[in-house]
Design a protein around this ligand. Structure first.
Ligand SMILES: [Zn+2]
Length: 269
C-alpha cells in the first residue's frame, strides 16, 4: 500500500513552537483513504465562522495550499478518488477537510460521534464545530466487541476498506478518541495516534529525547484539553511500549509533532 504523509494545517506560537496536522493518504484497492483531514477550504475562507476564535490562541495558520484537496492535486492524485476518511477524533483541526470530499464516508467511534452531537460542556463547544460537518457527511460509527490488533482488544477494521486500516479506540483526549493503525505491507505498521500524545519525547525510549520547553508546554496543554487525564497517561505508557518494541515494528506518531512528520514524510520521498 502506498502511503503519503501530508501536512494539512500549521500552528505556530512562542510557547508551543511549530506544529503540523499530519494526514495520511493511503492508496488502497478501495480508493484513497485519508486518516484525518486537517483544515479544509472553508476553514481557510472563514476561520472564525468555521473553527471559532480559540484556534487563534494556539496560533493556527490557514493556507489553502496546505488543505488535503490541494496536497493531493499536487501529488497528481484525483481528490474525487477519496472514498473514506478515518478520523482519530472530531476536533476542528482534524475534520476541516471532510467537506472537501463530499462523496467520502467519515469513520469514527460511536462515542466520539455522540460527544460531537451533544457538545455538552464548554470544552466540547470549543473543540467541536458544527459548521465543519455541514452538510452532514455519511458517517460510519464503531462500538462494542471488536478484534485484537497489535495487542489492543476491541479494534475495528474500516468498513469498505478491509483489515489493513484499523480504528484503535484510545479515549482520554476526547470521549471517543482513537488511533488508526495502517498495515503498509513492505514497511510495516504505522500508528497514527492522533492527539493521544503531542510531543515525540512522550513515546521515545526513556532518556532518548528531551522534551525541552516546548515539549513541557505541550504536556501541560494536553492535560488542560483532555477529558480524562488518567486515561491519557495510560495511553502514553501503552504507546511508548509499542513504539519501542522489537517486533512487529510499529512507527508511532502523533498528529502534531513536526519532527516525526518530517522523518516519515522524508522516508517516503
Ligand atoms: Zn489536534
Amino acid at each position: 500500500m502506498r502511503v503519503h504523509h501530508l501536512n494539512c494545517g500549521s500552528f505556530s506560537s512562542a510557547l508551543i513552537g511549530r506544529l503540523v496536522c499530519h494526514v495520511l493518504a493511503c492508496e488502497t484497492d478501495a480508493g484513497i483513504v485519508l486518516v484525518d483531514s486537517g483544515f479544509g477550504k472553508a476553514d481557510v475562507a472563514d476561520p472564525t465562522g468555521c473553527v471559532g476564535r480559540y484556534s487563534n490562541l494556539m496560533g493556527a495558520r490557514f493556507r489553502e495550499s496546505e488543505t488535503a484537496v490541494r496536497r493531493l492535486e499536487k501529488l497528481g492524485l484525483n481528490p474525487a478518488d477519496v472514498t473514506h476518511i478515518v478520523a482519530t477524533h472530531l476536533d476542528f483541526d482534524h475534520i476541516g477537510g471532510v467537506a472537501d470530499f463530499p462523496n467520502a464516508t467519515l469513520h469514527t467511534t460511536a462515542a466520539e460521534r455522540t460527544a460531537w452531537e451533544g457538545r455538552s460542556s464548554f470544552r466540547e463547544k470549543v473543540r467541536y464545530r458544527p459548521a465543519q460537518l455541514t452538510p452532514a457527511p455519511t458517517v460510519h460509527t464503531y462500538s462494542g466487541p471488536g478484534e485484537s490488533v497489535l495487542g489492543f482488544s476491541d479494534t475495528y477494521p474500516i468498513a469498505g476498506v478491509g483489515d489493513r486500516i484499523v480504528l484503535v479506540p484510545l479515549p482520554g483526549h476526547t470521549r471517543g478518541h482513537a488511533a488508526v493503525a495502517v498495515d503498509t505491507g513492505e514497511t510495516g505498521w504505522l500508528l497514527h495516534a492522533g492527539d493521544a500524545f503531542y510531543h515525540r519525547s512522550t513515546v521515545a525510549a526513556p532518556g532518548q529525547v528531551s522534551p525541552g520547553t516546548e515539549g513541557r508546554a505541550l504536556r501541560v496543554m494536553e492535560e488542560l484539553i483532555a477529558v480524562d487525564r488518567s486515561k491519557i497517561r495510560g495511553n502514553h505508557r501503552r504507546l511508548r511500549e509499542l513504539n519501542n518494541q522489537e517486533a512487529p515494528r510499529v512507527r508511532v506518531f502523533s498528529a502534531h509533532d513536526p519532527t516525526l512528520f518530517e522523518e516519515l514524510a522524508g522516508e517516503r520521498g
